[in-house]
Design a protein around this ligand. Structure first.
Ligand code: PGA
Length: 415
């Protein structure tokens, strides 16, 4: 029967089962018995475990469970990731979701000291691994005994993402609330609550209305890990653009960040994807960090267009962006139907969307897309912040209504 399970793996496995609503000890025991009943090699074990888990629990669960099984066996390479690209799963377009689950498991357990290696033969599997940021590092001659074909060796360094993503960004979007005096008072109260006392691994960014940017920058000057941003920007250095504000003016006012493409600008003010892209590229070129907001409407979600909408918005937003590294930008995923409505997306919906955004970021920025922070926004409150920020690929929160009050926002920062 099974060797004793490492305590951490056991905890993680339990968490996965709970998260997936599949807390069925009998099914897990059956899977274990099945997998341990034959003297298989590690890779066969994990592959078989993954396939059995897939049948029993579906997609993400199978990937996660296969990843944990790999740790459980002490496997030192992820040849076994190939379960993610079983031809029949790939035909159904499911390989990416399985692979995502395996990677989440590997990241959480610090498996293989952060370096994952796979050997891959066919072109569709290579494309899949590349879209997750794996890079080819060599070739194994005649690797496949049955066909005599070579395999390419691919590696992904998980360690870099772990380091970069130790910090999470908690951002306050004050929208069209607060005069200069009110904004300065809230910023001063926030500073009193957080400066010198910031929870481990948190960065705060406050986005006040334009007129209050410099007042908030003054109130937070010199505070540890508290930055100021603007809610919008115009993509030109200067000119006849009545009512608009340039990146240089924002920097002059003390802003280091800017939001681009917030859903209220897209849906209330009519900004289109191309305009958002021009703003993102220009603001970055002019020395601001950009927080690009994306998210689907309820109709788009219900029509099954989540992935298409996020891909379209991100592709357009980053079309002209020449970022130097992960610290230059962040993405905020804010489902339109959850903003200001009190409706929060569920953990599965959030994790699914963030995994999609992660994949699109890696495809767009292969060197550092894995490390770009992805924030969740939409009805975040002190009571739900901790459970949301703990989800896979959630590297921070963008908070509207609940950020207007210093006590409430600082409780979210501490979540
Ligand atoms: P909300 O707003 O927290 O009030 O839903 C979030 C946002 O629009 O950034």
């Amino acid at each position: 029967m099974a060797e004793p399970v490492d305590a951490r793996c056991a905890r993680e496995l339990t968490a996965v089962f709970e998260e997936l609503g599949a807390a069925d000890a009998g099914a897990l025991a059956a899977l274990e018995a099945l997998c341990f009943s034959s003297p298989w090699s590690e890779a066969q074990f994990v592959s078989s475990f993954g396939q059995a888990a897939f049948r029993a629990f579906g997609l993400r669960a199978a990937g996660r469970l296969a990843g944990y099984a790999a740790v459980y066996c002490g496997a030192d390479e992820l040849e076994l990731l190939n379960i993610a690209v079983l031809p029949e799963l790939r035909r159904q377009g499911l390989g990416a979701r399985l692979l995502d689950g395996v990677l989440q498991a590997a990241r959480k357990t610090g498996m293989n000291r952060g370096l994952l290696e796979v050997r891959v033969g066919n072109a569709p599997a290579r494309a899949l691994y590349e879209s997750f940021g794996f890079a080819p590092v060599g070739r194994r001659k005649r690797y496949y005994a049955d066909t005599g074909e070579d395999a390419l060796v691919y590696q992904l360094d998980l360690a870099s993402r772990e380091e970069c993503c130790m910090r999470k960004i908690v951002a306050a979007n004050w929208k069209m609330y607060k005069t200069r005096g009110e904004a300065a008072a809230t910023a001063t109260a926030l500073r009193r609550l957080l400066d010198g006392n910031m929870p481990e691994g948190r960065d705060v960014v406050v986005f006040p209305p334009f007129l209050a940017v410099s007042a908030v920058a003054e109130a937070l000057a010199g505070a540890d890990r508290m930055a100021v941003g603007a809610q919008d920007v115009y993509p030109a250095a200067e000119g006849a653009f009545t009512g608009e504000v340039s990146p240089a003016m924002l920097r002059d006012g003390g802003a280091s960040w800017v939001l681009v493409g917030h859903s209220e600008r897209r849906h209330v003010l009519g900004e289109d994807d191309a305009f958002v892209g021009r703003k993102a590229a220009f603001a970055l070129e002019q020395g601001l960090k950009i927080m690009v907001c994306v998210g689907e409407t309820l109709e788009e979600r219900e029509a099954g267009r989540l992935e298409a909408v996020l891909a379209r918005q991100l592709d357009a937003a980053f079309a002209g962006v020449r970022a130097a590294g992960c610290g230059d930008l962040a993405v905020a995923y804010e489902p339109v139907w959850a903003i200001g409505t009190g409706k929060v997306a569920g953990p599965r919906e959030i994790a699914e969307a963030h995994a999609l955004v992660r994949r699109l970021l890696v495809r767009r920025f292969p060197e550092f897309g894995n490390n770009v922070a992805i924030l969740y926004g939409g009805s975040v409150k002190p009571a739900n912040a901790a459970s949301i920020i703990a989800l896979d690929n959630v590297d921070g929160l963008l908070v509207g209504g609940a950020s207007l009050d210093a006590e409430s926002f600082s409780a979210i920062v501490r979540a």
